[in-house]
Design a protein around this ligand. Sequence first.
Ligand code: HEC
Length: 133
Amino acid sequence: MLRKILSIMLLTYSLPQFAYTENAARELQASYQAQATTPFSLDAGRIKWSQEVQHKSGGTRSCTTCHTTDITQPGKHIKTKKDIDPMALSVNKERYTDRKKIEKWFKRNCKWTWGRECSAQEKGDFLEYLLAQ
Ligand code: HEC
């Protein structure tokens, strides 16, 4: 009996925490979906991730410029040269836990990389890709 109570307690304590990680990103996706034209796709996210965009300062930029193509590996900030933790959720459980953080970086990084904000469709596709790696 005691064991049963203990295991139920363990479950209720660990479950919400576990669910929280994906929830932040999944909640965002749900809010993006209303403004998107097609269901979010892992493949579309992967293609956009390495899509090279011409920048007005010359040269091209993509998300991989700092985060690299193998997102299970650490990246490096092209300007500050600081290491960036891996983006793949499978190797970095601290990713995508906070809606505000995700939104803040989408905004900043889309502007820096593509010279504009990303659309709801693009952000949803990115998350589909990032959460699956
Ligand atoms: C100039 C370097 C740079 C480029 C290019 C870049 N990022 Fe980032 N990104 C960062 C840094 C720095 C952080 C914040 C530090 C961290 O979370 O490790 C970050 C964080 C993020 C996060 C937050 C992840 C979380 O844990 O919540 C997302 C999402 C993200 N980037 C998406 C993108 C996308 C999409 C692109 C391409 C459009 C992109 N980034 C291009 C540097 C970059």
